[in-house]
Write a new protein. Sequence first.
Length: 319
Amino acid sequence: MKHFLSFLLLLCSVTAFAQTTDSIPKPWTKGGQGGITYNQVGLFNWASGGQSNMTLIGNLNLFANRKAATSSWDNSLDLAYGFLKNNFIYDPKGPITKAEDKIEFNSKYGKKAWSEKVFYSGLATFRTQFDKGFAKPLDSVYISRALSPAYLILAVGLDYKPNDFLSIFVSPISGKLTIVGDDGLSNAGAFGVNSRDQNGDFRPGSYTKMRMEFGATVKAKFKKDIMKNVGLESNLELFSNYIDRPENIDIRWSNAVVARINKFLVVNLFTDMIYDHDIAIPQVNPRTGEAVLDDNGVQRKRPNLQFKEVFGLGFSYKF
């Protein structure tokens, strides 16, 4: 809860600052959007059964872009934090579960190539989270935390910009660094670090607290109003590791649909889909929710598709 309040304070501070200063000179364009998404189910003496719940998520998206005659520089910072509270009516002191946690910074610089729409470009992406994450609300052992994991991607290649709302970046030379700073998580081999083969030797690029990968990156971004008062932003990121199982492509695909009701009220739909072959997901029975165990009584783990969806009514302010 304290992290969410701190995030809201940051959101309000940045919004107020953006309204009172314009320190970035032209040809820079800057701005952002902050908001709060809320949804709730309330059940009172409901004969059919069920459970009340509420979700509150704050998000802040900032950008600063520079466009010159022969170059462009795009920068963005995306922050989000939120929580979920089940049975809040009859159990107000019950556990609060984290529902969203995101820190992502992107910077891409390009120099015009042989065409007005093609740029020689360099890309840097950093991604981590604010707070600890738990598999279940009452768990005492966390499975993630700030800088565990953290991802850093550096890439050079070509950026194709056919118009103002579409960008396709292709890099045959890129590096991906996965960092797990927490001793307990790194010792357990979380997020692909400390990965060893059958002989006990580190897999290519794997170390005790990090995993270094060298390969190819494709990153596409689409951002446009698809109809009146409805905007869509879609980001697709693909990565193939040349030095270890290049056929297994890491996928990260995020989408945001924002339907504006008026100046401040919006309906939001956010989705995130991730597949990373280096991340082993504990298996559970989809019908019972119970752990799937191997012959030794240990819960099975394997790479799997991760999916997250957030839908709700929100307050939003552009600046």
